[in-house]
Write a new protein. Structure first.
Length: 529
């Protein structure tokens, strides 16, 4: 549960932002100039019903630059052309798409006029008592709604460059009546008004209209529940069969249970994960490749990095502190010799890399590297006895905090980080191990956590706390930060190519700072003896 909370926290903190509402027309559009009613909203427990829409709009959900894929999806909520299930089949879908780097636009298209303040009840009564009237009203409103859909596509395509969207990756998704609208724009969209892919979800499609499948490529993702009470499963199967017969890429999901209108509302039924299948389909079609991948995604590929994150979570679940990382090496390490000034360097990837790239320096001075990439202070504390105390060193250098600030294992709280460092100091001193505290290296951003933005000020604050603790307890403090920072409180490329992990030059600076402190500790120990 801890790791799920962490991931949920990161998701929420990154993606809940104010959204922009875009009018599709200047004033009332053609066909509804004389409408005198006004848009209304009915609040539901888990949804909002928007009805009497007169002036169509798009509500934009644009992903941050570090997630953007260049793909866009226009979402048409359902509601029998009488209302929009605006959250369950609109905004919640948009938020999920945005989290995947997809620019999402919730479409308010024109609707049949509601004469009461309960459009859902009104539609149900008409559906059961006067279905022909429903079809007549739909046949009159559907062309106007279709024009809204086509106009929406054109708007997104015309403004694609301004929103980091690829004009050739604009899709249209709709639910129920919105699914009917999806098929209408698919059949009738030409040139700048044509969607590049579609996703009709439990589409309601009673009107024949023009059913010719587009000749240009238009992949389709289709989903429906087999127990749909409106008997819409055949409609979805028909769409799939037509697309497949025409040689168009298509994928169909028929869930045994889910009913009608499941949208993004969980119900402990198979349809609860339909959007995950949609995401997988989008990936297969090449719609999820990032426009601005981070350093690691460029080096190793986005799929490899995504897989690595999943594996990391699994490792943390099974071995949070990664006690297994140095277990064999610790057992193979001989006890220190009587004249050996053994020192353990404890830390994260910076320490791990230093011990690897400058192994001669470590071997010559009886230094032992015990750094683990990505680790935070609570993880170091958990493995402190195994990776420090049990090795019987004369001194330990504790260098941690970068990943705390980067929130690798949860929200950053400086007091929590400091309490972990203090506990490590307590354990070391209780075992007659000299302690050296090192400052966190400068950094303005973290490539693997770009959503956090500039946290250089937090690092400066944490270093002040570490320095204060060192002074209070009479512990040497090595100030890497002051020696390595640039004017932005980060590190220049020659010192740290990615702004976080030192180059050989950077490690050289660190070596020149820490070695005299270690030597002084042992000189003072000789004098005491």
């Amino acid at each position: 549960m801890k790791f799920q909370f962490i991931l949920f926290f990161l998701f929420i903190s990154q993606f809940i932002l104010a959204q922009k509402v875009i009018p599709l027309y200047e004033g009332k559009p053609k066909g509804s100039e004389n409408w005198t009613w006004s848009e209304q909203i009915k609040e539901e427990k888990n949804d909002r019903f928007v009805y009497n829409v007169v002036e169509p709009t798009l509500t934009a959900y644009l992903p941050p630059y570090y997630l953007a894929t260049g793909t866009a999806v226009i979402i048409a909520p359902g509601g029998g052309y009488s209302f929009h299930s605006f959250d369950k089949e609109g905004t919640k879908v948009a938020e999920w798409l945005k989290s995947k780097g997809i620019a999402a636009f919730v479409l308010k298209y024109r609707l049949v006029q509601s004469h009461t303040d309960d459009p859902d009840k009104e539609l149900t009564e008409k559906w059961t008592s006067d279905y022909k009237t429903v079809l007549k009203e739909v046949s009159e409103i559907a062309p106007l709604a279709m024009e809204d859909g086509l106009t929406a596509i054109k708007y997104v395509r015309d403004h694609a460059t301004d929103m980091d969207i690829d004009p050739n990756k604009i899709g249209f998704m709709g639910f129920s009546a919105g699914g009917h609208l999806t098929m209408s724009v698919a059949y009738h969209g030409k040139e700048e008004k044509r969607p590049n892919f579609i996703a009709p979800i439990y589409a309601w499609n009673p009107l024949p209209r023009n059913k010719e499948v587009p000749k240009s490529a238009m992949p389709a993702f289709v989903a429906v529940a087999g127990d749909d009470p409106l008997d819409l499963m055949p409609h979805s199967i028909d769409i799939y069969k037509k697309w497949h017969a025409a040689g168009q890429p298509a994928e169909l999901h028929v869930y045994q249970k889910g009913g009608h209108g499941f949208g993004m509302q969980p119900g402990n039924v198979p349809t609860d994960t339909w959007y995950e299948r949609f995401g997988e389909w989008m990936h297969t079609q090449g719609y999820l490749k990032k426009l601005n991948p981070n350093k690691y995604e460029k080096l190793y590929g986005e799929d490899a990095v995504a897989k690595g994150k999943i594996e990391q979570v699994k490792r943390m679940q099974n071995d949070y502190a990664q006690l297994a990382r140095y277990q064999a090496a610790n057992l193979a390490l001989a006890p220190p010799k009587s004249n050996e000034n053994r020192v353990v360097f404890l830390g994260n990837s910076i320490t791990e890399a230093w011990a690897n790239v400058d192994s001669t320096f470590f071997a010559e001075h009886d230094f032992i590297g015990r750094g683990i990439s990505g680790q935070t202070s609570p993880q170091l504390l958990l493995r402190f006895r195994q990776d420090v105390v049990n090795l019987k060193p004369k001194a330990v250098i504790i260098h941690i905090g970068t990943n705390d600030v980067a929130e690798n294992t949860g929200p950053y709280h400086p007091e929590f980080t400091m309490s972990n460092i203090q506990s490590m100091v307590d354990i070391a001193e209780a075992n007659n191990i000299k302690v050296i505290l090192a400052s966190v290296l400068p950094a303005t951003k973290f490539e693997w956590r770009r959503a956090l933005g500039d946290r250089s000020a937090m690092i400066v604050d944490l270093n002040k706390r570490i320095e204060k603790m060192a002074a209070k307890r009479g512990i040497p403090y090595v100030d890497y930060h002051s020696a390595m920072k640039n004017d932005e409180n980060g590190m220049s490329v020659d010192i740290a190519e990615d702004g976080v992990h030192p180059t050989n030059k950077g490690f050289g600076i660190m070596k020149g700072l820490v070695l005299p402190v270690i030597q002084q500790i042992f000189e003072e120990e000789k004098i005491k003896k």
